[in-house]
Design a protein around this ligand. Structure first.
Ligand code: ADP
Length: 250
């Protein structure tokens, strides 16, 4: 959706706080739980503000149809889907153009972190199911999917963490929600591999000056780094329990 750059001054009050009370550099509350689905090889559930998203990973497994198998690496397939009850108005469950595009964007964001060469002639399926959406669902989905891939035991170079920054009421802010996205002037979702500092997702909806862009990019990078800590903590909780001892099967 293109940004109209409408009057969005009411998105930030006289104390500099946003509609939900956040400061310009504050993330929405985030919680991540790993290994929540018994039938998937790896899974994670993320609550990112009001977004509620489940990620499930199957594989490495046999490829169907066989001719789509790759001789030198695993075939990574991603499906981002919003459930009919994830939006205010019932959403048509059929995949929309937007969901097809976001599925591709998520695959491309995750692929550089996976050592797919370790699993030739197989497939890895990643499902990102949005149960409730409130803006920033692609980033939240990437964070959950990355942790679900680690939970599935897929060999990885790094995790992938994602976060957006945006421009609302003429100011650069971290992690915009649905209202801020719709009434604001720009949305810049990014994903990074935090240990190698590689950017794997970079999109910009709206317009930013060079100065605004640097500010937004650096703010989103800081957001990604906070997400990385939360992803690590979620994985440690699942595999080592709260006190650092190795946890049993759930
Ligand atoms: P993202 O969720 O990654 O920010 P968009 O910028 O495309 O992706 O969408 C912003 C928000 O708009 C979504 O999180 C969702 O809350 C809302 N939205 C997207 N598609 C629909 C839809 N078909 N019906 C209702 N709301 C939608």
């Amino acid at each position: 959706m293109g940004k109209q750059g409408g009057d969005s001054t009411s998105l930030i009050n006289s104390q500099g706080l946003r509609l939900d009370g956040r400061r310009f550099d504050e993330l929405r509350p985030v919680s991540i739980e790993v290994g929540v689905l018994k039938n998937a090889d790896g899974s994670a559930y993320i609550q990112f503000g009001k977004n509620k998203i489940m990620a499930a990973v199957y594989g490495p497994k046999e490829v169907h149809p066989k001719h789509s198998a790759l001789a030198d690496r695993s075939l990574l397939r991603c499906r981002y889907h919003m459930s009919p009850f994830s939006t205010e108005e019932r959403k048509n469950p059929a995949p929309s153009r937007r969901e097809i595009e976001i599925s591709k964007v998520i695959r491309e964001a995750l692929e550089p972190a996976l050592i797919l060469e370790d699993y030739p002639r197989t497939a890895i399926d990643v499902f990102v199911e949005v149960l409730q959406s409130d803006g920033g669902s692609r980033c939240a989905g990437i964070n959950a999917a990355s942790v679900a891939l680690a939970d599935a035991g897929i060999n990885m170079r790094d995790l992938v963490c994602a976060c957006a920054a945006g421009k609302i009421a003429g100011q650069i802010v971290l992690d915009i929600d649905d209202t801020e996205d719709k009434e604001g002037q720009a949305d810049l979702p990014i994903a990074i591999m935090p240990t190698s500092n590689r950017v794997t997702l970079f999109q910009l909806d709206g317009q930013l000056s060079n100065e605004e862009f640097s500010k937004a990019f650096n703010l989103a990078l800081e957001g990604c780094k906070s997400l990385y800590q939360m992803q690590r903590e979620a994985l440690i909780r699942k595999y080592f329990g709260k006190d650092g001892n190795e946890a049993g099967e759930q």
